[in-house]
Write a protein that binds this ligand. Structure first.
Ligand SMILES: [Zn+2]
Length: 436
């Protein structure tokens, strides 16, 4: 085994994982906001068809692309799937609309020397001084884009790792495994990955997304998330005749933004602290709109952020009796922590699988959400596992081949852990299996 691989298994899986990854990133699967159907873009169906055919080649005969663009497949358990519950593996096929995603030309930089990586287009550089995560990857094979697009490691690294791990298990029926259900979802980046996910049909007791970043990451807590839209209506009058009549909605909207607490922002908070983040201000003197996102790990604290926003907006607008204010708040996703705490064996199994690969798990809450945030709330407990990709949603996005291979190996280890754990649960609950 050569130095930078976490195990001989990872080294064995590296070539297949990388080849798949390089195939998938070349397909433009960028999702689009304000979709009119699922998936939001046809490229996602193209990747979906490739995955179905590769799953069938690996022996997963029921692989299928459904009408909404979800790829679903089954790898029956080593015992024919007769005993124990199915375990799910999930990754998303779309890439972010926030950076160019068409014409991705991946570059593999073999045996990274620890210096600045200069990409051929747009003067894009990956400088370890600005990206400290690169430093410990000296000696790794690093994949980047050509500098003018994202790479798509988010989340094609996860897709490739699940594919490589599952294909390996299918080719090694002697290895212990439960029944595995695989799902590749569309439109995660626009917050819709879980929307049309048929949990009933998926039929797993729990699942894992491979959609994290640094080697070893295991995440069972996400933000809870609201989106708020403030609409201010003023009185529009020609500026020449405006004296005493014009009420400028745009000024009022700006005043609301300026009145929000300066220490409750994404740029001034970290760790477990939440924020109120205005991300779009638009309008005319007649009507102005402020769009904001509100985030916290604690649901009550998040409710307090909402109350603070409403109070601030009301105070500003009520100072002008001729102006009107409309506030609409909608939930985007919930912290998965409250669901996962009730089924600790789910996160414990991933912890054990990562350790079995010789990696110390990194347990940090995600300052964001995953498909698993919504799926957990919908009844499918789904923590998140690392992929080895970094600098997501940017032209500097990169991934380590060795860390991607480690994630593929974790898929294989996870199957073994669940095969043991499932047997242990059945032994502990004989009366339940009798009646079950
Ligand atoms: Zn992602």
């Amino acid at each position: 085994m050569s130095g930078s691989y976490t195990s001989a298994l990872a080294e064995e899986l590296a070539r297949d994982t990388l080849e798949r990854f390089l195939r998938y990133v070349r397909i433009d699967t960028q999702s689009r906001r304000d979709r009119s159907g699922s998936p939001s873009t046809p490229g996602q169906l193209e990747l979906g068809r490739v995955l179905v055919s590769e799953l069938m080649d690996a022996g997963l005969k029921d692989a299928q692309l459904d009408d909404n663009g979800y790829v679903i497949a089954t790898l029956p358990g080593a015992d024919g799937g007769a005993n124990g519950d199915a375990i799910g593996l999930i990754a998303h096929m779309d890439t972010s609309p926030d950076a160019p995603g068409h014409g991705v030309e991946p570059i593999v930089h073999r045996s990274y020397d620890g210096g600045v990586l200069e990409l051929p287009r747009d003067g894009t550089v990956l400088d370890p001084a600005a990206i400290p995560e690169l430093v410990p990857k000296t000696g790794h094979d690093i994949v980047t884009s050509s500098g003018d697009t994202l790479l798509g490691a988010d989340d094609k690294a996860g897709v490739a790792e699940i594919m490589a791990g599952v294909a390996y298990l299918a080719a090694h029926p002697e290895l212990p495994r439960p029944t595995l259900r695989i799902a590749f979802t569309p439109d995660e980046e626009i917050g819709e990955g879980a929307t049309l996910f048929d949990i009933e049909r998926f039929g797993a007791r729990c699942a894992y997304t491979l959609d994290g970043s640094e080697l070893g990451e295991l995440q069972d807590e996400t933000f809870s998330a609201f989106e708020a839209v403030l609409t201010v209506r003023g009185v529009e009058v020609h500026p020449g005749q405006a004296t005493g009549k014009l009420v400028n909605a745009l000024r009022l909207a700006s005043r609301i933004v300026a009145a929000l607490p300066p220490d409750l922002t994404p740029e001034t908070t970290a760790g477990r602290d939440g924020f109120i983040h205005p991300h779009e201000l638009s309008g005319t003197p007649g009507k102005a709109t402020v769009r904001l996102i509100l985030r916290d790990f604690d649901d009550e604290q998040l409710d307090r952020h909402v109350a603070l926003l409403e109070r601030t907006a009301r105070e500003v607008v009520e100072a002008e009796p001729r102006a009107r204010l409309d506030v609409s708040v909608r939930e985007q996703y919930r912290n998965m922590g409250s669901v996962l705490r009730q089924v600790p064996e789910v996160t414990d199994a991933a912890d054990a699988a990562i350790r079995a690969e010789g990696i110390e798990p990194i347990r940090r809450p995600i300052r964001g959400g995953t498909d698993g945030s919504k799926l957990s709330a919908m009844g499918l407990p789904t923590p998140n596992i690392f992929t080895g990709g970094h600098e997501y949603h940017s032209v500097r996005e990169w991934a380590s081949v060795q860390d991607m291979a480690a994630a593929a190996a974790v898929v294989v280890r996870l199957a073994e852990v669940w095969s043991r754990q499932g047997a242990a649960v059945r032994r502990r609950r004989p009366s339940e299996s009798l009646h079950g």
